[in-house]
Design a protein around this ligand. Structure first.
Ligand SMILES: Nc1nc2c(c(=O)[nH]1)N[C@H]1C(S)=C(S)[C@@H](COP(=O)(O)OP(=O)(O)OC[C@H]3O[C@@H](n4cnc5c(=O)[nH]c(N)nc54)[C@H](O)[C@@H]3O)O[C@H]1N2
Ligand SMILES: Nc1nc2c(c(=O)[nH]1)N[C@H]1C(S)=C(S)[C@@H](COP(=O)(O)OP(=O)(O)OC[C@H]3O[C@@H](n4cnc5c(=O)[nH]c(N)nc54)[C@H](O)[C@@H]3O)O[C@H]1N2
Ligand SMILES: [Mo]
Length: 762
């Protein structure tokens, strides 16, 4: 970025570290623009305290869950965004038609503030109008009773508590379907499918303790400075102890390079910072499998040359499939590895050497691994590399998928899955006496396809912004309008709510920060973090409006109104969430003494057999895999194909856009940009600031995104980056990981064509 080039509005090189004073300033702005100055400090101080609420910002655990307030810029944004003093009033809705609101961005829509009462779409005026809760429930029940259960899709976004998600699955299953599209289908499904095949459980195996004991961290395809901000404290500590952190990421992400810990008095006072990554490899998008195969290949070679590199005892005693894995690696050529990863054999050798030296290694990963055509195979390959040196089930070592939403892992644990086990169905029968369907239901892509095909007639969303988060808006958005019924339980307005069907209801709910009072008093909910710790959370703020209800109360209200012969005492469960937890305990393994154990600060850990080297796979062993080939199997059609990564800015939470900056990447006040490698720009005759159109380069696809500005960036050659959700129009719905159904949001073959040379003034 040192070459002199023309200046582009809103694009400035960012020189500082991540964190530091910039982060403090950003927090102050978030507080000032969203909250009453008096409430804010108290609210922020309650974040992640034993008697406070769980931060909705990320799923990284807290040390003992009782540290003094952990400063975190993006946690503060998540909290202030929810605890905002802005409101969407009936007067506002009467003045603004749905058609006019649909022309707004999600940034503007959520910016109007919290929803304050239940709403029903009124077609005559094209507006949302207030409706009474009971009237809404009755009508929803009536429509649902008129449909076949498999015509209804029950979507869950990962903020819902264990209690709300459990009631939601109970409602849908008693109603008669396993159609549970959920946000993890777009996120860590590759982990949920891949890891059980490898180690017997679809969850990470490390705890914070392991980070204290580790000798090497390999971080692949995640951006913690933005998305897992509390992890930065851990990485910062490791870097200061000189534990090597090796990063694989096509983009130079500032927080992985340099970070100033806002909790460090010295770094703040002296404007200093700590280097995070010891080595940074700019792997090509979709090139991780090749890189991991290269590391494995070196290890096998080193084992042959000097021995003692593999943990042969562990492999013999605990695993199966090693020789097929090793044969495949031996057959993979260096030429293919270098071509696909974009890294040299020597570079990968240096990683293999560091890995062979370390007695305890953790590999962390995120969407850069899972959102690919071979996401599941990628996850398994990470497990393979760890198994080679016995790095699962020993202190300081393991696999660490960085989960997305703060309770996405818990939602899965309590039954949000389109493929329930026979054992779970049987437990539901024992405890409740109804026959839940065994037939598998729809995941997120299948649900969208069913809507497009006209098979799905209703969509019930427990949170989220389903249509916008999904690929292929071109086909997905119109499908929303064809539904007989859509229902959205949410905190703020978004475009999915506005893509109205024949009948549409918005049911406003309490957020994590708010007091949840029911008949027996103040309620807590529970969540499970990335490291399988389950703990309680309870808000204290006055609810955004007296007319909003808790998620469990809303789900129960819909269930009771729909299921006329129900076996569940829905309304009683809502009086005291302990009762819901008792039912979870009776139907789902691992929740023994649930209510007692969440009353201990920090909560408890769900069972993780692999940490004791018990492998609940079909063979009882940890299983090596064979990754077919070295690439994504989707080169794209025609010449000059680049691979598009869709990503999050620093000022966004999924489809929630807090502001238009992406400070660490040097972008201010805009999102209409394409990050591009300078060499690629040169060979395509493009300059920094040129305006281009992007089209998907896959056979039969017509997707386009127009008028995007090219920004020269430190990104691997052949890879380009644009923001999600704007770029979702470029992702075809059927372009996905066939094993897990996860859309390949991080490897879309695209072509870029020049639109004009002039620079747009903002
Ligand atoms: N503030 C904030 N926090 C969040 C979220 C948010 O939007 N905002 N979202 C939450 C959710 S739901 C999730 S799932 C997580 C997401 O957290 P991340 O997994 O960090 O998600 P992304 O921002 O999509 O970025 C992925 C990173 O992977 C890199 N990458 C892309 N393709 C590849 C590849 O092929 N190989 C490698 N090695 N790297 C690649 C990108 O450059 C980027 O740095 O964060 C959660 N936390
Ligand atoms: N191109 C591309 N697409 C992607 C991704 C990508 O990297 N690239 N990432 C994917 C990933 S990892 C994910 S997880 C999905 C996210 O998909 P979703 O989970 O569906 O989307 P969110 O943007 O998190 O949902 C925001 C909405 O949630 C509601 N909300 C907020 N808090 C609460 C609450 O406490 N309760 C309830 N009931 N509602 C609440 C608000 O109304 C808000 O508008 O997007 C996916 N889509
Ligand atoms: Mo996610």
């Amino acid at each position: 970025m040192n070459k002199k080039r023309r200046s582009v509005p809103g694009i400035r090189h960012y020189d500082g570290p991540a964190g530091g004073w910039g982060a403090l300033k950003a927090t102050a702005i978030a507080v000032r623009t969203q909250m009453d100055a008096l409430d804010a400090p108290v609210t922020l101080l309650r974040t992640n305290q034993p008697d406070g609420f769980d931060c909705p910002g990320c799923a990284w655990p807290d040390k003992e869950h009782k540290s003094t307030f952990q400063f975190c810029e993006n946690g503060a944004k998540a909290v202030t965004w929810e605890a905002t003093s802005k409101r969407v009033t009936p007067e506002f809705l009467a003045k603004n038609t749905v058609t006019s609101l649909l022309a707004k961005s999600d940034y503007e829509l959520e910016g109007y503030g919290r929803l304050t009462r239940p709403l029903r779409y009124d077609r005559a005026s094209d507006t949302f109008r207030p409706v009474e809760w009971e009237e809404a429930f009755e009508r929803i029940g009536e429509v649902l009773r008129g449909l076949e259960p498999d015509q209804v899709e029950f979507y869950t976004s990962g903020r819902a508590s264990n209690e709300a998600a459990y009631l939601f699955q109970l409602f849908a299953r008693e109603y008669g379907t396993n159609n549970f599209p959920d946000c993890s289908n777009m996120c860590h499904e590759a982990t949920s499918v891949g890891l059980p095949r490898s180690i017997g459980i679809g969850k990470g195996t490390v705890s914070l303790d392991d980070f204290d004991k580790t000798e090497l961290v390999i971080s692949i395809g995640h951006n913690p400075g933005t998305n897992h901000p509390r992890m930065m404290g851990t990485l910062h500590e490791l870097a200061r102890r000189n534990v090597p952190i090796i990063v694989f990421n096509p983009l130079r992400e500032r927080a992985l390079e340099r970070f100033a810990d806002p909790q460090s008095v010295i770094e703040m006072a002296t404007y200093s910072s700590t280097d995070i990554a010891s080595t940074y490899f700019q792997v090509k998008a979709g090139g991780d499998a090749a890189a991991l195969k290269g590391i494995a290949k070196h290890l096998l070679q080193m084992e042959q040359e000097r021995g003692g590199v593999l943990d042969s005892e562990f492999i013999a005693e605990h695993t199966q499939g090693f020789s097929a894995f090793a044969d495949d690696i031996a057959q993979t050529s260096w030429e293919a590895i270098e071509r696909e990863s974009g890294l040299t054999a020597d570079a990968l050798k240096s990683v293999a050497e560091a890995y062979a030296k370390s007695n305890a290694t953790i590999i962390t990963y995120g969407m850069g691994i899972t959102q690919h055509n071979k996401g599941t195979a990628n996850v398994r390959l990470i497990a393979d590399v760890l198994l080679m040196r016995g790095n699962i089930g020993k202190p300081g070592a393991g696999i660490c998928p960085l989960r997305g939403h703060s309770n996405v892992q818990g939602n899965r644990t309590v039954g949000i899955t389109e493929k329930p086990t026979a054992a779970f169905i049987a437990r539901l029968k024992d405890v409740f006496g109804f026959d839940a369907p065994a037939k598998h239901g729809h995941d997120a892509v299948q649900a969208t396809q069913a809507m497009i095909d006209g098979h799905a007639k209703a969509l019930i969303c427990l949170g989220g912004n389903f249509a916008v988060a999904m690929p292929d808006h071109e086909n997905g958005f119109p499908a929303m309008h064809t539904l007989d019924l859509s229902v959205h339980v949410g905190t703020k307005l978004n475009r999915t709510h506005l893509l109205v069907g024949k009948e549409t209801y918005i049911l406003p709910c309490l957020g994590r920060t708010e007091l949840d009072m029911q008949q027996t008093g103040r309620q807590s909910i529970t969540v499970e973090d990335s490291m399988s710790m389950v703990h309680a959370s309870s808000g204290k703020l006055k609810p955004a409006s007296p007319l909003i209800r808790s998620e469990p109360a809303i789900v129960a209200g819909m269930a009771r109104a729909t299921l006329k012969q129900t076996k569940v005492n829905w309304m009683e469960l809502v009086t005291d969430y302990d009762l819901i937890r008792e039912l979870i305990e009776q139907t789902i393994p691992g929740f023994d003494n649930y209510n007692d154990r969440i009353r201990v600060p920090g909560g408890f850990r769900m069972p993780l057999p692999p940490i004791q080297r018990i492998w609940p796979t079909a063979t009882g062993k940890a299983m090596f895999s064979v990754f077919d080939g070295v690439d994504e199997n989707a080169k794209g059609e025609g010449d000059n194909v680049l691979r598009l990564i869709t990503l999050r800015s620093h000022d966004q939470y999924n489809t929630t856009i807090y502001a238009l900056d992406d400070r660490y990447r040097g972008v201010f006040g805009r999102r209409d940009i394409l990050f591009m490698n300078e060499g690629d720009m040169e060979s395509l005759g493009l300059e920094h600031g040129d305006r281009v159109d992007i089209e998907t380069a896959l056979a039969g696809s017509v997707q386009r995104l127009e008028d995007i500005t090219v920004v020269a960036y430190s990104i691997a050659s052949g890879s380009v980056g644009a923001y999600y959700p704007e770029a979702n129009v470029l992702v075809p719905l059927n372009y996905l990981d066939k094993d897990s159904g996860t859309p390949s949001y991080k490897s879309v073959p695209v072509r870029v064509t020049l639109r004009s040379k002039e620079i747009r003034m903002l």
